[in-house]
Design a protein around this ligand. Structure first.
Ligand code: OAD
Length: 232
């Protein structure tokens, strides 16, 4: 029998217990920094070094962090399911936990991108990206991050994955940022959706199952129930 397809839509909450702060929880990143100063094309045009420092901090923290039980449980689902992770996170913790198909909607902190050719993306080997660091075409490199006000190029591909999913898990995201938040609406109506978050997330309906817990508790519980179900 064909393996069922699971899509996991993850957000900052899945990495919170690895020590990477979320954005909108109390004390979150957007309480400490103004979005318009660090995460917009205008911020980059006005004060690129400030923007680079902000993302250098994100990179340093990512390099120190390790995957937690939630990342590992998501990776373990591959034992019995076709799994696609669609993440809003810019860290690489899903990959380090062993997930083999990870789509980063909002970019990746361990990569930089040419300001001349957006398809020219290079890995970042060190913790910092500096003003004056150039791409092979000679133009300034910028963080490989989707900023507010920019298009999210992977949305059509992500929507197709959700549309083909047998089960959707939404974990650790407040679903406040579009177009990523709108992806849940591509799930066919009769398919089930599980939400794992310690706080209320605005999703309801007959096919929505809510697990009010931290990702490191809820995700392993759900994954082991599903793995047992298919091995029975
Ligand atoms: P948010 O900070 O908006 O939401 C984090 C979610 O994680 C909230 O629903 C929390 O309740 C939940 N949470 C907190 N701790 C958790 C835990 N231990 N386990 C599970 N859930 C937990 O982060 P995102 O929804 O990911 O984009 O934010 C979406 C986008 O907004 C980000 O990708 C980023 C940001 O601005 C860009 O920078 C472009």
């Amino acid at each position: 029998m064909a393996r069922q397809r699971i899509v996991v839509l993850s957000g900052a909450g899945v990495s919170a217990e690895s020590g990477l702060g979320t954005f909108r929880d109390s004390g979150g990143l957007w309480e400490q920094h103004r979005i318009e100063d660090v995460a917009t094309p205008e911020a980059w045009a006005t004060d690129p070094e400030h923007v680079l420092r902000f993302y250098d901090m994100r990179r340093e923290q990512t390099l120190k962090a390790v995957p937690n039980a939630a990342h590992r449980a998501i990776a373990a689902l591959e034992q019995a399911f076709e799994v696609d992770v669609v993440t809003q996170n810019i860290d690489d913790l899903h990959e380090r936990a062993g997930s083999s198909r990870v789509m980063h909607l909002h970019g990746e902190i361990l990569k930089a991108r040419s300001t001349k050719d957006p398809d020219l993306i290079v890995p970042l080997n060190g913790p910092s990206l500096r003003w004056g660091d150039r791409c092979p075409l000679g133009s300034q490199l910028r963080p490989h991050i989707v900023w507010f006000g920019e298009a999210v190029p992977l949305i059509p591909e992500a929507a197709a994955l959700v549309a083909g999913a047998d089960r959707l898990v939404v974990v650790g995201t407040s679903l406040q940022v579009y177009p990523a938040a709108g992806l849940v609406h591509y799930l066919p109506q009769e398919r089930s959706l599980w939400v794992i978050d310690p706080h209320p997330v605005p999703l309801q309906g007959p096919h929505v199952h809510t697990i009010r817990s931290k990702a490191s508790e809820g995700m392993p519980r759900l994954a082991s129930a599903w793995l047992q179900e298919v091995s029975a």
